[in-house]
Design a protein around this ligand. Structure first.
Ligand code: CO
Length: 169
């Protein structure tokens, strides 16, 4: 299976992904392939729809979070859900592998609580903050067809237009 990252404005990126009912060998293979491409592109997160698979699977480089550090590096989260978001927000610059060369300042919750299923089929719950919280919010948005360009105001919209024109993707 050779995966390619789907770039904006491919309409797949705007679609809603489906729940994963069972962690089959095919799902595990897909996860390994997404991890490989994420590592190759040096991303800190990637969602299955970004490789054309409309399934609720995300990969996140979990070592970036202060509260959620397993030391395992990239990990897969199946059917991830945000249970709680802190009222406190934070603005940070973000990129997305589906938008090469575009970086935007995005406001997101500072701390979140997440529920997901891991590759062994176990339900897990945890907190994330810092870059980790940001990556989870960004990747989970992808599963609902929400992109980071949907979250900005007027001035950054101008920047998006300019960058997209320049990079011609
Ligand atoms: Co993205």
């Amino acid at each position: 299976m050779v995966l390619k990252i789907i770039k904006y404005p491919n309409p797949i990126l705007k679609k809603k992904s489906e729940e994963v009912k069972e962690i089959t060998p095919g799902i595990k293979e897909l996860v390994l392939n997404i991890m490989a491409i994420m590592e190759e592109k040096k991303g800190i997160g990637l969602a299955a729809p970004q490789v054309g698979e409309l399934k609720r699977i995300i990969i996140v480089q979990t070592t970036g979070s202060e509260k959620f550090t397993t030391g395992k590096g990239a990990e897969a989260f199946i059917n991830p859900k945000i249970l709680k978001k802190s009222k406190e927000t934070e603005v940070m610059e973000e990129g997305c592998l589906s938008f090469p060369e575009l970086f935007l300042e995005i406001k997101r919750a500072k701390t979140i609580e997440i529920e997901a299923t891991n590759l062994e089929g176990t339900k897990i719950q945890f907190k994330a903050d810092g870059i980790g919280a940001r990556a989870f919010q960004h990747e989970i948005d992808h599963l609902d067809g929400i992109l980071f360009i949907d979250k900005v105001g007027f001035w950054q919209k101008l920047k998006i237009k300019k960058t997209l024109k320049k990079s011609k993707f």
